[in-house]
Design a protein around this ligand. Structure first.
Ligand SMILES: C[S@@+](CC[C@H](N)C(=O)[O-])C[C@H]1O[C@@H](n2cnc3c(N)ncnc32)[C@H](O)[C@@H]1O
Length: 251
């Protein structure tokens, strides 16, 4: 049986965390850069997979036709509430299975912080190969797969050298990592799952489904520290990107 990776059970928390305009990283880093990379013209048709509460739909220009799909009914209901645009549509769907849409012909697609939450990313690319036009553009945003592997990557400080560095204890092996919302609260604790793959695995999955990688960008956090360690922390923040964006096109 396929694992249910929907964020429905953390939907109320995610709705508050993201709100109408997105959380801090959506607003300061992800959405402006995704809009820049997508380069949508008014006749574009955008497919957003793992759309959550549709935060990307509200960041693009109003003339662009948009379809957002997500496995969480709770988040899709919120997306519909927040978006009155008649050419924006939403649906509940497992993006790892055959998509419940007749219409193909999308010029653009996006997967924002969702590919690492699905059990079968290969099948997501297979779906995109069906529904994107030839030459169609795909923008993927990942938590950086080399530096941010949940429970396997963390900051360490070397007080002698006065540096903060990233410790990574594994990378090449695919991993399925449960993320608990409140590990010390047995009643309210719920978990989501994060799936790790090395960058080469994503490259191969894209290649095998007829996509060409055009560009990879790495985005750092714009946050600034305060206090005695501020200089060390700010330097490390600039060295280790939080997010990776992959821009690919369908052959
Ligand atoms: C971190 S959230 C990102 C949501 C949105 N893209 C954003 O940036 O706010 C990950 C999303 O992936 C969705 N998801 C997980 N597995 C899925 C699947 N198999 N099919 C469709 N959506 C899925 C979750 O329900 C959740 O909304």
């Amino acid at each position: 049986m396929q694992k249910n990776t929907s964020w429905d059970k953390v939907g109320d928390w995610y709705k508050d965390a993201v709100g109408d305009k997105g959380h801090f990283y959506h607003q300061e880093v992800i959405l402006p850069n995704v809009v820049r990379l997508l380069k949508l013209n008014p006749t574009a048709k955008l497919l957003d997979l793992g759309c959550g509460q549709g935060v990307l739909a509200r960041a693009i220009s109003k003339e662009v036709a948009y379809l957002g799909l997500d496995l969480s009914p709770n988040l899709i209901e919120e997306a519909r509430k927040l978006d009155q645009n008649p050419i924006h549509k939403y649906g509940v769907a497992d993006i790892c299975k055959e998509l419940p849409i007749k219409y193909s012909g999308f010029s653009h697609a996006a997967i924002i912080l969702a590919l690492q939450n699905v059990a079968h990313p290969f099948k997501v690319f297979k779906n995109l190969a069906i529904h994107l036009n030839k030459g169609g553009k795909l923008v993927i945003v990942l938590n950086h797969p080399s530096f941010r592997i949940p429970k396997h990557a963390d900051w360490e400080v070397d007080r002698v050298k006065k540096i903060q560095y990233r410790k990574v204890d594994c990378y090449m092996s695919p991993l399925e990592i449960p993320i608990e919302s409140s590990p010390f609260d047995r009643i309210n604790n719920v978990s989501t799952t994060s799936f790790h793959y090395p960058l080469s695995a994503y490259s191969e999955m894209l290649f095998d489904n007829g996509f060409v990688i055009e560009k990879i960008e790495e985005w750092v956090s714009p946050k600034k520290s305060e206090g005695g360690m501020a200089e060390v922390e700010d330097k490390a923040r600039k060295e280790f990107p939080l997010f990776m964006a992959i821009v690919a096109s369908k052959k």
